[in-house]
Design a protein around this ligand. Structure first.
Ligand code: NAP
Length: 261
């Protein structure tokens, strides 16, 4: 990266949910820009395969099992990162799940698993990282919420509730930790093709609907989120905190008529 403003070189970057989908792509983008990257997720084999795949000859990625909804796992992860690197410059908090169904059909266990990972897990990891960033006097935390945060799609109410919690956490932590030099922002992706969404977008009617209602007339790719993440981790966003970047092809900009005008 020749422009220092957007440089993330030598940063220590922790990516939760870094084994697949959006997290994997963002982790890879930081590796290619010479950051020291640690990826975390719940499954060792996927993590190890991803770490091997996105490492470069000169920049090796570390992988560690961590369920973000477990305070013990998160504590171990953070201590291991600190003992290896001495600091954490950027947290990219991507880990998340969804389960789509009618509101009346969720069991309390299904509700809990969504909330525990998306809302509580995001809090646990942010708090643990924040405790290290405060004495450092610097850091960037990048959360991931959703277009559901603002206007829930049918069949996603617990997910939307959990992501609304991430939005408020982003603002609350930005407000509390700005004095320590820590910036906290979030990215709200639109419809991005990943394991999480492949079932939805396998349906032709859904694909047509997504395309028609997105001003840029296509679904998103994981690579569409790289620019926003590098921006939020770098000095290019040094006076930005508590904000959400919507990377959704314009989906949340307006509502379309069902006929051509
Ligand atoms: P994905 O392909 O299913 O990947 C999810 C990642 O999170 C995996 O690496 C997964 O690894 C990890 N993960 C899940 N639960 C975890 C836990 N408890 N602890 C640690 N890691 C965990 O999903 P994605 O589409 O990339 O989504 C990533 C994030 O973007 C989520 O927060 C999602 O809500 C958000 N988002 C996605 C879209 C979209 O259209 N795809 C849109 C808006 C927002 P393991 O399963 O091995 O743990």
């Amino acid at each position: 990266m020749s422009d220092k403003l957007f440089s993330v070189k030598d940063q220590v970057v922790l990516v939760t949910g870094g084994s697949r989908g959006i997290g994997k792509e963002l982790a890879s983008a930081f590796v290619r820009r010479n950051a020291h990257v640690i990826i975390a997720g719940r499954h060792k084999q996927t993590l190890d395969e991803t770490a091997t795949e996105i490492s470069t000859p000169s920049n090796s990625v570390s992988a560690q099992i961590c369920d973000v909804s477990s305070t013990d796992d998160v504590e171990l992860l953070i201590e291991s990162v600190i003992s290896q690197h001495g600091r954490i410059d950027t947290l990219v908090s991507v880990a998340g799940i969804n389960k789509r169904m009618k509101a009346e059909s969720y069991t309390i266990d299904e509700y809990d698993s969504i909330t525990d990972i998306n809302a509580k897990g995001a809090w646990i990891i942010a708090q643990a990282v924040g405790r290290k960033m405060i004495p450092q006097g610097s850091g960037s935390i990048i959360n991931v919420d959703s277009l559901n945060t603002y206007a829930p799609l049918r069949g996603t109410t617990p997910y939307a509730m959990s992501k609304a919690s991430v939005l408020m956490m982003t603002r609350g932590l930005a407000n509390e930790w700005g004095r320590h030099g820590i910036r906290v922002n979030s990215i709200a992706p639109g419809f991005i093709h990943t394991d999480l969404t492949k079932k939805v977008w396998a349906d032709e009617t859904m694909r047509a609907w997504g395309k028609t209602n997105t001003p840029l007339e296509r679904l998103g790719k994981v690579s569409d989120l790289v620019g926003a993440a590098i921006f939020l981790a770098s000095d290019a966003s040094q006076f930005m905190s508590g904000q959400t970047l919507r990377v959704d092809g314009g989906f949340t900009a307006g509502i379309n008529w069902p006929v051509e005008l």
